[in-house]
Design a binder for this molecule. Structure first.
Ligand SMILES: Cc1cc2nc3c(=O)[nH]c(=O)nc-3n(C[C@H](O)[C@H](O)[C@H](O)COP(=O)(O)OP(=O)(O)OC[C@H]3O[C@@H](n4cnc5c(N)ncnc54)[C@H](O)[C@@H]3O)c2cc1C
Length: 387
């Protein structure tokens, strides 16, 4: 990190570096008048006008950000060569939030707060001193704050040092002339595509009878060319959705790390990483939005009660072991990924799977779920990660 000249005063109580899902989820909570005594700055390079992500999560009951959701599904479909089944998911709902709506919703809320300001720019480096964190910006300006929430990834682990696989996605928003989609039901996972020796699935998220997001997700460390993703999408739409005529209105692409790397090890009392940078991406699935909310609720609770923030408390140790084991099974390919997920969906209700993935199950429930998987295989993976 570059040395920054120390100023004699503190500019902000809190700086949130990165105004994406995590940074803005935290900022939304801090917009509450209970925090109006704090001077807060969000630093984000992007104008956040566009729709760069679509975030889905299953939820039980009402939830923060429901108001900016585009749609909720009450049924999900799972498909593979082993199993094709539609499930009602009550009391859960599967919620779709488009990033542009989320950004507008949060930024509107913040615009009414005198204690939060936003600076468009990029943090180049940061350094912790005895009583503050100094941030150096790319434009060579600098800020000092008491607490820095780092909500962007500034380093990735080497694949040699931990279990690691990229999850890469490409999606097309498509519009059809006729009414082709059911709006109550989404396809959560469809493994009925060529797996190419990797873990590959499609998902289909309709937001009206004529509009849906069709996306491919791949777990592998070999990114494809954009044309190759497009080929998979086009073929799926034609062969599996039987659509010949449609119009692509938007595209999204992204890569996220699925890893057991300990992102929290660099946290200090003053520098706290959250979101993808703070290990919120579930290593076994790639979902992060719900865990980000867990992290933000925890932080706000600590700030409210004047407690020390220890992000390790947001994830129990045994959940870390489950994630490692599951990721190891997927990575070492002892059994194809589509079979692992099919076993889970064949022998468990989705509500139970959701509860497990949300890390809210008790040990008995976890043992029950584990007994529906290939025990020998998972034990082998467990032994491998313990070595
Ligand atoms: C295409 C895609 C689809 C996804 N879908 C889902 C889903 O359906 N459900 C789910 O649970 N998860 C999903 N995820 C995973 C995860 O929820 C998202 O990646 C989520 O955006 C992570 O939030 P974040 O705040 O950590 O990162 P981001 O949302 O990427 O935000 C990071 C922010 O930091 C900013 N930034 C970067 N560098 C700097 C810097 N030096 N200084 C200041 N700011 C900086 C960036 O501009 C960005 O705005 C998806 C991910 C992708 C890529």
């Amino acid at each position: 990190m570059t040395k920054v000249l120390e100023k004699s005063y503190i500019d902000y109580d809190i700086v949130i570096g990165g105004g994406g899902a995590a940074g803005l989820s935290l900022a939304y909570r801090l917009a509450n008048s209970a925090f109006s005594h704090l001077k807060i700055l969000i630093i984000e390079p992007d104008s956040k006008q566009g729709n760069d992500h679509t975030w889905c999560s299953w939820l039980e009951g009402e939830h923060i950000f429901d108001e900016c959701a585009t749609t909720f599904y009450s049924n999900i479909i799972f498909k593979s060569k082993y199993l094709t089944k539609s499930y009602p998911i009550f009391p859960y709902r599967y919620r779709l939030i488009s990033a542009d709506k989320f950004y507008n919703y949060v930024l509107e809320e913040i615009s009414n707060c005198d204690h939060i300001s936003i600076k468009q720019g990029k943090i180049e480096s940061f350094e912790e001193t005895a009583n503050c964190v100094q941030l150096k910006m790319e434009d060579q300006t600098s800020y000092q704050c008491r607490q820095f929430f780092k909500c962007y990834i500034d380093h990735l682990p080497s694949t040699k040092d931990c279990l690691y696989v990229d999850q890469h996605f490409k999606g097309w928003w498509i519009e059809t002339q006729g009414e082709e989609f059911e709006t109550e039901t989404c396809t959560l996972m469809d493994f009925k595509i060529d797996q190419a020796g990797e873990v590959r699935f499609m998902y289909v998220l309709p937001i009206s009878k004529t509009k849906a997001l069709v996306e491919v997700a791949i777990f592998s460390n070999n990114l494809l060319s954009q044309e190759a993703y497009d080929h998979i999408l086009g073929k799926y739409i034609e062969d599996h959705l039987s659509l010949k005529q449609y119009h692509i209105t938007e595209k999204e692409f992204g890569v996220i790390p699925m890893t057991d790397y300990d992102f929290k090890k660099y946290n200090t009392q003053k520098v706290i990483a959250i979101g993808s940078a703070g290990g919120a991406i579930k290593p076994s699935t790639g979902y992060a939005f719900s865990q980000i909310q867990v992290q933000c609720d925890y932080i706000v609770n600590c700030l409210n009660e004047g407690k020390e923030i220890d992000m390790r408390k947001t994830k129990p140790l045994r959940q870390i072991m489950y994630d490692k084991t599951f990721l190891s099974v997927l990575l070492f390919g002892d059994v194809p990924g589509d079979k692992v997920f099919s076993d889970l969906f064949e022998k468990n209700k989705p509500q139970q799977i959701f509860k497990f993935l949300d890390e809210r199950t008790n040990i008995l429930e976890e043992l029950k779920i584990m007994s529906t998987c290939d025990i020998g295989l998972f034990t082998k993976a467990l032994i491998r990660i313990m070595k």
